[in-house]
Design a protein around this ligand. Structure first.
Ligand SMILES: Cc1cc2nc3c(=O)[nH]c(=O)nc-3n(C[C@H](O)[C@H](O)[C@H](O)COP(=O)(O)OP(=O)(O)OC[C@H]3O[C@@H](n4cnc5c(N)ncnc54)[C@H](O)[C@@H]3O)c2cc1C
Length: 301
C-alpha cells in the first residue's frame, strides 16, 4: 500500500472541498485532481494543481498568429497544425504540478529534464521511510546481450529467488544501520544528512514536479518510449493517461505525431522514393549505416 490511511483521508477531504472559479477547468483533469495513481510497488503520481485546457492552447495560438489562424477554424485542426509544425509556445500556456513518489535511481533519470520546477523531500530535514523498490518477478531480467542499455531474458527459479533475497536483505540491512546511526528521540547520533548516505538507490524519495505541457510532452516522448527503462516508463505511461484526460485534443495530436510518428532523414526519403519506383534497395546501396538501416526497416515492421 502506497498511502497511509491519514494520507487517504487527506485526499478524500481535498476532493470533497470544491470551490467556484471563473478560470477554465478541464472536466477530465478534475477527476484526477489529488487522486493518487499507484506506480511500481510503493510509488505514486498525483496531480496537485493545473492551469489551462485545450482551449487555452488555441486561444494563445490565435492571439499570436492572429489572422493567420483563420484558415484553420476548428480547435482540433489548429492543435494538430501547431503540433505538426513544432509551434510549441501555445502548448506552454498549460501547466501541471505533480506529486511523485519514486525510487532514487528513477529520480536520477527524471531530474535530467531541466525544464521543470522541482521541490524534493529533504532527507537532511526528515527521516526517510523504510520503503525500497523491489522489482516484480516479470521485470527481473538479465543484462541484454545485444543492447548495453537494456534488459534481456527474465531470471527464473532459484536465480530469481536469490536475486530478490539479496535486494531485500541489502535494503533492510542498510535501513537498520540508517536507523541505528540516526540521532533521534534524544539519543546522540549522526545527522540525517550524513546517515542517509548508506541507503541504496532503490529507496523511495518524493517531489513536487511542475512543468508546462510542451516540456511535459518532451518528457513523455522520451520516457514513455520503449527505449526508456521500464521503471521510469511506468510513471510516464501513468502520466500519459492523465494528460489524455486533461487535454484530449493536444494529447491526440501528440500521440499521433510524436509517439506514433517518426522523423525520416533525407537518405531515408530517397530510399522510399527509389522503392516506390520499383528499385530494390538494400543497406549496402542505401547510403545508410547498418544502425540507421536497422531502425529504418524497424519502422515498417
Ligand atoms: C533512452 C534514454 C537513454 C539515455 N541515456 C543517457 C546516458 O547514458 N547518459 C546520460 O548522461 N544521459 C542519458 N539520457 C538523458 C538524455 O541525454 C537527456 O539528458 C534527458 O533525456 C533530458 O533531455 P533534454 O535535455 O532534452 O530535456 P530538458 O532538460 O527538459 O530540456 C528540454 C529541451 O530544452 C533545451 N535545453 C534545456 N536546457 C538547455 C541547455 N542548458 N542548453 C541548451 N538547450 C537546453 C533543449 O532543447 C532540450 O532538448 C538518456 C535519455 C533517454 C531517454
Amino acid at each position: 500500500m502506497t498511502l497511509t490511511p491519514e494520507q487517504q483521508a487527506e485526499i478524500a477531504e481535498a476532493r470533497a472541498t470544491s470551490r467556484s472559479t471563473l478560470r477554465a477547468t478541464s472536466e477530465g483533469m478534475e477527476k484526477h485532481l489529488y487522486t493518487a495513481h499507484e506506480v511500481l510497488d510503493h510509488g505514486l503520481v498525483r496531480v496537485i494543481d493545473y492551469m489551462g485546457d485545450d482551449a487555452a492552447i488555441t486561444q494563445a495560438a490565435r492571439v499570436s498568429y492572429g489572422r493567420g489562424t483563420k484558415a484553420v477554424q476548428n480547435d482540433e485542426g489548429l492543435i494538430r497544425y501547431l503540433m505538426r509544425h513544432w509551434h510549441s509556445t501555445p502548448f506552454e500556456m498549460c501547466e501541471v504540478k505533480f506529486h511523485v513518489k519514486l525510487p532514487v535511481f528513477v529520480a536520477r533519470q527524471w531530474i535530467r529534464h531541466r525544464t521543470a520546477n522541482v521541490n524534493e523531500y529533504s532527507a537532511r530535514y526528515s527521516i526517510l521511510d523504510r520503503e525500497f523498490y523491489i522489482p516484480a518477478p516479470e521485470h527481473l531480467a538479465a543484462q541484454s546481450t545485444v543492447n548495453n542499455q537494456g534488459r534481456g531474458e527474465l531470471l527464473e527459479g532459484e536465480e530469481a529467488a536469490r536475486v530478490l533475497d539479496i535486494l531485500r536483505d541489502d535494503a533492510m540491512r542498510s535501513y537498520d544501520h540508517y536507523e541505528d546511526m540516526l540521532s533521534q528521540e534524544g539519543q546522540k547520533g549522526l545527522a540525517r544528512e550524513l546517515a542517509r548516505m548508506n541507503l541504496p538507490a532503490n529507496v523511495y524519495t518524493q517531489w513536487y514536479w511542475k512543468v508546462d505541457l510542451h516540456n511535459l510532452f518532451h518528457f513523455l516522448r522520451l520516457r514513455a518510449d520503449a527505449h526508456a527503462q521500464y521503471e521510469i516508463r511506468a510513471y510516464a505511461e501513468t502520466m500519459c493517461g492523465i494528460v489524455r484526460d486533461w487535454v484530449p485534443l493536444a494529447y491526440g495530436a501528440f500521440e499521433d505525431y510524436r509517439l506514433g510518428g517518426v522523423t525520416l532523414s533525407g537518405k531515408a526519403i530517397e530510399v522510399l522514393k527509389r522503392r516506390l519506383k520499383g528499385e530494390s534497395v538494400t543497406q549496402e546501396n542505401s547510403g545508410m549505416s547498418k544502425g540507421e538501416w536497422r531502425e529504418f526497416e524497424g519502422v515498417w515492421r
